[in-house]
Structures are given as structure tokens and as C-alpha cells.
Design a protein around this ligand. Structure first.
Ligand code: HEC
Ligand code: HEC
Ligand code: HEC
Ligand code: HEC
Ligand code: HEC
Ligand code: HEC
Ligand code: HEC
Length: 258
């Protein structure tokens, strides 16, 4: 998950068809309980209209959301958008709305893992946000009900960073010497879903930096930032003590030192 072209509406709908196809096939052939909507004993599907009566604050703008478009791509399930994540709603509606009769995926990522199978694995990697244990939720960074599911996209990458710096204030700055990599977004160096590398880095070593900074090399030379780094003692990484440890920005040196 480094640089990934943004999906436009068409590719999204296409992706939706593909994913739902997989979903439906899998329901029949592979593992019913794993890919069906979250299970609520005794409940039937009622459709989005059955929710609008009491949750208009959600249903009114749901059509703008990524997942509404996904659901619409497949007629059969178009009316069950809410229930794909919340489980069948008939008992909840009949009871006039009780917590025990509906699933809230804000409390557990299981509803999301049903379709985003790969994310279960990522969040179980050694370095990941504590989503698997329920201390954090997918919805800290994703909006299931309104607009693009990835907060900050559609607007600017700056706001996508802001969804991180709300919690990670130290990385927010302002810094006297900025690192322009930040403009590409936190995800140019981190995978917020998890990584085998410490600090959820996309690469464990200097290759993280060389993806942007390798300005050419010849035998025995390694150019980065306009100067030969081949002689530098790279004890692990470019951000090791004494080098560019102010990697998010620095108030001391343009070379990103503390
Ligand atoms: C008759 C009114 C009514 C209808 C219809 C209704 N709800 Fe609710 N819903 C409520 C009320 C009231 C609560 C708050 C329950 C509480 O806080 O104890 C609630 C709570 C919820 C919650 C939060 C549960 C939690 O654990 O925090 C979700 C999710 C939810 N509803 C989804 C739905 C969905 C999806 C539908 C359509 C299938 C739906 N509701 C239809 C009245 C309704
Ligand atoms: C992509 C999955 C997904 C879909 C589709 C979805 N929701 Fe939710 N819903 C969530 C998540 C995640 C939360 C928890 C949000 C949080 O904790 O901030 C939530 C929370 C809620 C709540 C609890 C109140 C709140 O806002 O925290 C209600 C009510 C609700 N959803 C209703 C609906 C209705 C009605 C629909 C259909 C129009 C719907 N949802 C579609 C994932 C989904
Ligand atoms: C019923 C299946 C289903 C469920 C349940 C589901 N999703 Fe999705 N989601 C999809 C599909 C299909 C897409 C679009 C196709 C793709 O993945 O490229 C998508 C796209 C996304 C995207 C990417 C949007 C983008 O602009 O690239 C995010 C983020 C996301 N989902 C988060 C969640 C979260 C968080 C939950 C749980 C609250 C959830 N999803 C539940 C099927 C689902
Ligand atoms: C700490 C923030 C954060 C949390 C928590 C988080 N995500 Fe994401 N997610 C992101 C960001 C940022 C992107 C955009 C990545 C990019 O632009 O390269 C993204 C992208 C995605 C995408 C689309 C691209 C892809 O990797 O497939 C899906 C689907 C997705 N997330 C699902 C989930 C699910 C499901 C959960 C919970 C189990 C979750 N995310 C929790 C930050 C988060
Ligand atoms: C809701 C708050 C919250 C949001 C939003 C959030 N994080 Fe985190 N993040 C945490 C917590 C809590 C930890 C684990 C505690 C710690 O070490 O600081 C963490 C840990 C990390 C770490 C590893 C720190 C370490 O010392 O190992 C990185 C890197 C990180 N987050 C990046 C991001 C990125 C990138 C985003 C945005 C896509 C993001 N976070 C969004 C709360 C958040
Ligand atoms: C140019 C690559 C790069 C970008 C872009 C980047 N980071 Fe980092 N980040 C790193 C490296 C490298 C480390 C490890 C530093 C270390 O171990 O001393 C790190 C460490 C962290 C840590 C752990 C801090 C600590 O003191 O251990 C957090 C939290 C974090 N980054 C959040 C973010 C957030 C939030 C963004 C976006 C606003 C971001 N990063 C953008 C490279 C980057
Ligand atoms: C996504 C691309 C990207 C990544 C990844 C990246 N950088 Fe940068 N970096 C830039 C850009 C753009 C600039 C500003 C223009 C320039 O000087 O090349 C910059 C500038 C710098 C500067 C300031 C140079 C000066 O003299 O002002 C240093 C030092 C630096 N980066 C170190 C690193 C290190 C160390 C890493 C790895 C942890 C890294 N960068 C990863 C894009 C990136």
C-alpha cells in the first residue's frame, strides 16, 4: 500500500461488482458464516428504508459514501447496504431500537474483515494500530457513512495527514525546516494497517528514503540529496542518530537533524 491511484467512480463500481461477485460466490461455495453479513440470531434483512425512520442522520447522506456505491453496484444487495455492516435489522426495528439486536462495527472490526479479508492479516502484523484488540476502530480513520471512506481524500492529502496528526501531534509541526515528503502523505513511509517493520514503516532500512532520494549511483557511489553518501557509515538507517533523525521536520537544520 504505497502509491495507489485513487479510484474514480467507475473503477469503484467495477471493483464493487467484482468484490460482491466474490462475496456471493464465497457465500455459497466456501464459508458461509465468514462472508455473510454479521450474524444476528433470528433476524431477517429489512433494507435501508427500514432504518431511515429512526436514523435519518445517517441515511440522509449515506448515498455519498463509498459503501453505498458498492452496494448499488449489485441490485440484489442494493437495499441491504446498512445491514452489510450492521447485520440483519428486523429484530432491532421490531424492538424499537436496542443495542443487543444490532451490530456496531465501531466496537469490533469483524464486520469489516468479512469483505476486507486482507486487513485482518495486516492488523495482526507485529507493528500495527491496536484495532485487532478493539482498542482502536477502523472508523478512527475511515468514514463508513459519508463521503469517501478514506478521510481526507477527494479534498487534499494535507487533510489525510490531519486524520493522523489529530492523535500524533508531534508529527504535525509546524517545523522551520519541512520535509517535503510529508506532502506525499504519512503513507509514503508508514502503513497504518500494520507492518513487519518497527514503527509501521514501509521498509526497514534506507530503501525507505531511496525510493525518492536515489539520484543516481555508479560503482562505489550512492548519490542522495546531491552528494555522495557511499562513505557514510549507515548503521542501519538514514535516520540513525547523528544523521536525519528529524525525519518529519526539524527546527534545527535543513538536513533534518535534531
Ligand atoms: C424504531 C426506531 C429504529 C429503527 C427503525 C432502527 N433503529 Fe437503530 N437504533 C434505534 C435506537 C433508539 C438506538 C439506540 C439504542 C441505545 O442506545 O440503547 C439504535 C441504535 C443503533 C445502533 C448502535 C448500536 C450500538 O451498539 O451502539 C446501530 C448500529 C443501529 N441502530 C443501526 C440500525 C440499522 C442498520 C437499522 C436498519 C436496519 C436501524 N438501526 C433501525 C432505533 C431504531
Ligand atoms: C461500511 C460499513 C457500514 C455501513 C454500510 C453502514 N454503517 Fe453504520 N456504522 C459503521 C461503523 C464502523 C460505525 C461505528 C462508528 C463509530 O464508532 O464512529 C457505525 C455506527 C452506526 C450507528 C451508531 C451511531 C453512530 O453514528 O455511531 C448507527 C445508528 C448506524 N451506524 C446506522 C447505519 C445506517 C442506517 C446505515 C445505512 C444507511 C449504515 N449505518 C451503514 C459501519 C457501517
Ligand atoms: C459487504 C462488503 C464490505 C463490507 C462489510 C465493508 N466493505 Fe469496505 N469496501 C467494500 C468494497 C467492495 C469496496 C470498494 C472496492 C475495493 O476494495 O477496491 C470497499 C472500499 C473500502 C475502502 C476504500 C475506499 C477507497 O476510496 O479506496 C475503505 C477504506 C473501506 N472499504 C473500509 C471499510 C470499513 C472500515 C468497513 C467496516 C466498517 C468496511 N469497509 C466494510 C466492501 C465492503
Ligand atoms: C490509523 C488509521 C487507519 C486505520 C485504523 C485503518 N485504516 Fe484503512 N487506510 C488508512 C489510510 C491512510 C488509507 C489510505 C492508504 C493510501 O492512500 O495509500 C487506508 C486505506 C484503506 C483501504 C483501501 C486501500 C487498501 O489498502 O486496500 C481499505 C480497504 C481500508 N483502509 C480498510 C480498513 C479496515 C477494514 C480497517 C479496520 C480493520 C482500517 N482500514 C483501519 C488508514 C487507516
Ligand atoms: C485515534 C488516534 C490515532 C490515529 C487517528 C492515528 N494513530 Fe497512529 N497510533 C495511535 C496509538 C494509540 C499508537 C500506539 C501508541 C504509541 O506508540 O504512540 C499509534 C502508533 C503509531 C505509530 C507507531 C509508533 C511507535 O512508536 O511504534 C505510527 C508510525 C503511527 N501510529 C502512524 C499513524 C498514521 C500514519 C496515522 C494516519 C493514517 C495514524 N497513526 C493515525 C493512535 C492513532
Ligand atoms: C519520509 C518518511 C516519513 C514520513 C512521510 C512520515 N514518517 Fe513517521 N517516521 C518515519 C521514520 C523513519 C520513523 C522512525 C524514526 C525512528 O525510529 O527514530 C518514523 C516514526 C514515526 C512515529 C513514531 C515516533 C517515535 O518517536 O518513535 C510516529 C508516531 C510517526 N512516525 C507518525 C507519522 C505521521 C503521523 C506522519 C504524517 C503526518 C508521518 N509519520 C510521516 C518516516 C516518515
Ligand atoms: C515520498 C518521497 C520522499 C521520501 C520517501 C523521503 N523524502 Fe526526503 N525529501 C523529499 C523531498 C521532495 C524533499 C525536498 C526536495 C529535495 O531536497 O530533494 C526532501 C528533502 C529531504 C532532506 C533535506 C535536504 C536538504 O538539503 O534540504 C533530507 C535530509 C531528506 N529529505 C531525508 C530523507 C530521509 C532520511 C528519508 C527516509 C527516512 C527521506 N528523506 C524520505 C522526498 C522524500
Amino acid at each position: 500500500m504505497t502509491f495507489r491511484p485513487r479510484l474514480n467512480k467507475n473503477t469503484l463500481v467495477f471493483g464493487g461488482v467484482a468484490a460482491w461477485g466474490l462475496l456471493l460466490i464465497s457465500c455459497v461455495a466456501v464459508n458461509r458464516t465468514m462472508l455473510a453479513p454479521p450474524y444476528i440470531a433470528g433476524a431477517n434483512l429489512v433494507g435501508n428504508k427500514g432504518c431511515a425512520e429512526c436514523h435519518s442522520e445517517v441515511t440522509d447522506h449515506f448515498s455519498s459514501s463509498t459503501h453505498a456505491k458498492v452496494a448499488l453496484a449489485e441490485g440484489n444487495v442494493g437495499s441491504t447496504g446498512c445491514e452489510a455492516c450492521h447485520g440483519a435489522g428486523s429484530l432491532h426495528v421490531k424492538a424499537g431500537g436496542t443495542r443487543s439486536t444490532i451490530v456496531n462495527p465501531g466496537k469490533s472490526p469483524e464486520a469489516c474483515f468479512q469483505c476486507h479479508l486482507d486487513k485482518r492479516g495486516q492488523f495482526n502484523l507485529p507493528n500495527a494500530h491496536a484495532v485487532a484488540t478493539g482498542q482502536m476502530s477502523c472508523s478512527e480513520c475511515h468514514d463508513p457513512h459519508r463521503g469517501n471512506a478514506i478521510k481526507g481524500t477527494g479534498a487534499s492529502l494535507h487533510t489525510q495527514n490531519e486524520s493522523c496528526t489529530e492523535c500524533h501531534t508531534a508529527q504535525k509541526g509546524p517545523f522551520i525546516f519541512k520535509h517535503n515528503a510529508m506532502k506525499e502523505g504519512c503513507t509514503s513511509c508508514h502503513n497504518p494497517h500494520g507492518s513487519v517493520n518497527q514503527k509501521m514503516l514501509n521498509a526497514p532500512d534506507s530503501n525507505l528514503c531511496l525510493q525518492c532520494h536515489a539520484t543516481g549511483s555508479s560503482p562505489g557511489q550512492l548519490f542522495a540529496g546531491g552528494r555522495d553518501h557511499a562513505g557514510n557509515p549507515v548503521n542501519g538507517s538514514c535516520w540513525a542518530a547523528g544523521c536525519h533523525e528529524g525525519i518529519h521536520g526539524s527546527n534545527v537544520s535543513h538536513a533534518l537533524r535534531y
